[in-house]
Design a protein around this ligand. Sequence first.
Ligand SMILES: [Zn+2]
Length: 348
Amino acid sequence: MKTNTTPLLPTSTAGSLPKPAWLTQPETLWSPWLLEGTRLIEGKQDALSISLGEQHQAGMDIVSDGEQTRQHFVTTFIEHLSGVDFNQRKTVKIRDRYDASVPSVIGAVSRPTSVFVEDAKLLRKQTQKPIKWALPGPMTMIDTLYDDHYHSREKLAWEFAKILNQEAKELEAAGVDIIQFDEPAFNVFFDEVNDWGIACLEKAIEGLKCETAVHICYGYGIKANTDWKKTLGTEWRQYEAVFPKLQRSAIDIISLECHNSRVPLELLELIRGKKVMVGVIDVATNVIETPEEVANTLRTALNYVDADKLYPSTNCGMAPLSRQVARDKLNALRAGTDIIRKEILSRD
Ligand SMILES: [Zn+2]
């Protein structure tokens, strides 16, 4: 059972939330699990329930698992696939930005079993609110691997798109309302995005009846990303390169980083007609936004996004933050959204 009454300006997070200190090292991105075996399985499930409870308490209208059962937003998915060898590691540049040791594709990739479907069922049982589930996007997946088999980024991305489509269809059947693909790589490889990246994304959502979203951000608040942001100049116009084609794509919702970023919000005009998850919470700082700051970002966004298509959200995931900071930021997201809701309703 779930409710179908989505309020005006439905709030949600873009992705991950902090994990409890008994499950992983706190305030550390991608930190290893502190439990093993059955205790780890139970621990992840408990963390999912806690994360959901915190989203309920903060008044989020669309909820998620807070990515409590995964260590990394790309790697955890790939770990479940065949054709990838995690022991054969190569150093590659991630998103043209920082070196990382990554696994190798050594044969045809496939998905022997579902990855997140049981977790999604667990979440579905515990809430009546619409649920959103995040998967890595095809282009971001290939960017986190060394390809020793296909020798073609496009071909490998297409194979991953087919696999993602299988997973997405099972998530939909498990009751997921919105399936989100995380594609930070869309902010970097503009020519490839337009040549085949968006086509791969459309392959991943083929035949789905639930809503679909793509999340395109400037990354977690880690040093490699904040250093990169400093090189981008006073205006960040990366979105401009991919928006026209995204506007014409089959994807329903576009999730973007807006608050404290140098993205000129008038770029949102290029995707007019799409639903937009507008990031109004900066995940790269512990400073808590005031409700008025959140409201200001939303007010500006409303110049370019119709009110019934505006979804207030966070810029990106909050996994590396402390739990209290993340809670406070969710409360700010809700309070700022309430200000704008009142303004809109008083006008009608
Ligand atoms: Zn992000």
